[in-house]
Design a protein around this ligand. Structure first.
Ligand code: ISL
Ligand code: CA
Length: 542
């Protein structure tokens, strides 16, 4: 037995509950639906499920606006269903990770309702400011393309919201907020969850006002990104709660640099286990996702190497509920759908770090096929669309932005089979199913040994049994334009991984005995085919 923690050995699968599996025909995925698919997930070989929020919520931001931290949204089921999910998953050696959204609550949360009425102890639970002479307290922007201050008539003050106006930010200068959040964490850990994915955790603590006021800022970031106060709060949550349950944490950390990330995960500091960085998701834009630029594999690979080298342990992910589908973004979802999906699978499962697989990625689900805004539901997309209109951006550009970057790309329902609505729901799905479901679905891929799904299963099984892939160190061997090769090694054993994201043939820079090939090869070729991926075994001589 090794003493390596489970989260370094296993793969984590993200479920977006609203879109995974609907058991009762109301068009919304639910917990009994997830339970009914546990055998599928076990066969896939994943070790934990991260559930996007399943708490009561008015769903202004699809559950990331929580109105009660210790209940289940009736759309998803009950606390009893949650207990059953935890127990049934455990039987299959699968852990459950909850989404902990504590930068903000919903404006419908009891804490906020009491805070606006100045009812103790909630008066200072949020960030309230007067604003001078009818002006907003700061010039910061919100993440969703609107102002981040909203005037509340009841209280007669502005409150801060870094996301939608229905998501007021909590005040971490207040000890009582920290204590309340600790109770929430204990509530779920006591029920048997294995840990938390911590939403935008590096921006929870806003620096105090200097000289009586917050000075004008470029974005506002300088007042809340990885502040010393944030580190203090995280250490506190770790010491008081997380460490006592040996809980796993992954922090979603926006705009994080390797140095900032290291400060959050360095075991000596006792804050988080891992973080999600974003830099590799910014290789097809200029910092802000809406400023599009062409995807360049070399930029992507360089960024992966940078992070692999910078941190002792990373998370590896190419998709989640906020990002476009990877096969559409980094691969070619038309001519090379299967090959590029498998090449990305190989990359995802062989870098050093904890791989996170997002629902549907394992069958190569693609970006949505909506013809216009009418079917788009995401609050961010709608805000950006309207802002683009106000700025007189041409229709074509606006639609291209939405089409390539809308979060709804990843939120269309899971495609289980070729029956109506892809087998997701017998009712009307809350968001349209992608029209390619008769071609791309689980059932069709399940028994096809050449499918993307079968490839994932094979590779996950291999990784689950490979110490080199789980723990080996990383060395970049080759990187030129669209070809990337690296070595993973430990205990005198080494694997070389070669990935091409080219549409044409390329020279193969590596050699060795073929362990895995997305072209079903038995020997390493001299030239790589389009989107070819290889895992090669070599013997390290010492
Ligand atoms: O997806 C983004 C912009 O399109 C990111 O900037 C995103 O807003 C950021 O990563 C924070 O995301 C998380 O918190 C949000 C929520 O809407 C996202 O779904 C969640 O992943 C607010 O809770
Ligand atoms: Ca349902």
């Amino acid at each position: 037995m090794t003493d390596t923690p489970w989260w370094k050995r296993k793969i984590i699968y993200q479920i977006y509950p609203m879109s995974f599996c609907d058991s009762n025909g109301d068009g919304i995925g639910d917990l009994p639906g997830i339970i009914s698919r546990l055998d599928y997930l076990q066969r896939l070989g994943v070790g934990a499920l991260w559930l996007s929020p399943v708490y009561p919520s008015p769903n202004k931001d699809n559950g990331y606006d929580i109105s009660d931290y210790c209940e289940i949204h009736p759309n998803y089921g009950t606390l009893a269903d949650m207990d059953r999910l935890i127990a049934e998953a455990k039987k299959r050696d699968i852990r459950i990770i909850m989404d902990l959204v504590i930068n903000h609550t919903s404006d419908r949360h009891e804490w906020f309702q009491k805070s606006r009425r100045r009812e103790e102890p909630y008066t200072d639970f949020y960030i309230w400011r007067k604003g001078e002479k009818g002006k907003k307290p700061t010039n910061w922007g919100s993440f969703f393309g609107e102002d981040c201050w909203e005037y509340d008539d009841v209280r007669g003050e502005y409150y801060l919201h870094l996301f939608a106006k229905e998501q007021p930010d909590l005040n971490y200068h207040n000890e009582k907020v920290i204590a309340a959040i600790e109770d929430v964490m204990r509530f779920w850990l006591d029920r048997g969850v294995a840990g938390f994915r911590c939403d935008v955790i590096n921006i929870i603590y806003k620096e105090a006002i200097k000289n009586g006021r917050w000075r004008p800022a470029l974005t506002g970031c300088e007042y809340y990104l990885s502040t010393p106060g944030c580190h203090r709060v995280l250490h506190r949550l770790n010491r008081d709660v997380l460490s006592r349950y040996d809980a796993f944490t992954v922090g979603e950390t926006v705009f994080v640099t390797p140095k900032m990330a290291d400060d959050l995960v360095n075991p000596q500091r006792e804050e988080l286990c891992t973080v999600f960085s974003f830099e590799h998701m910014e290789t097809d834009c200029f910092k802000i996702k809406w400023f599009l630029r062409k995807f360049k594999p070399d930029r992507f690979f360089a960024c992966l190497t940078k992070w692999q080298n910078a941190l002792p342990w990373n998370t590896v992910y190419f998709e989640n509920h906020d990002q476009p589908r990877s096969v559409s973004r980094y691969g070619n979802d038309a001519e090379y759908h299967d090959q590029s999906a498998k090449a990305l699978a190989t990359l995802l499962l062989t870098l050093r770090g904890t791989p996170f697989l997002y629902e549907g990625e394992e069958i190569g689900m693609t970006n949505f096929d909506f013809p216009d805004m009418e079917k788009v539901r995401d609050v961010e997309s709608i805000n950006i669309w309207n802002m683009g209109k106000r700025l007189h951006l041409p229709y074509g550009l606006r639609w291209r932005m939405i089409k390539t970057k809308s979060r709804d790309n990843a939120r269309t329902p899971m495609q289980w089979d070729d029956s109506i609505n892809g087998g997701f729901s017998a009712g009307t799905p809350w968001l349209s199913v992608n029209g390619n479901y008769p071609r791309i679905n689980v059932k069709r891929q399940e028994d096809d040994p050449g499918s993307v799904l079968s490839y994932y299963r094979k590779l996950i099984a291999f990784r689950n049994g490979s110490r080199v892939l789980q723990e080996g160190d990383f060395t970049e061997l080759y990187r030129k334009n669209d070809v990337y090769a690296y070595r993973r090694a430990c205990d005198g054993e080494a694997l070389t991984i070669v990935i091409s994201l080219a549409e044409g043939e390329r020279k193969n820079p590596a050699s060795g005995e073929v362990v895995c090939s997305n072209y079903g090869r038995e020997t390493a070729p001299a030239r790589l085919a389009p989107y070819e991926a290889l895992i090669l075994r070599e013997v390290v001589r010492r």
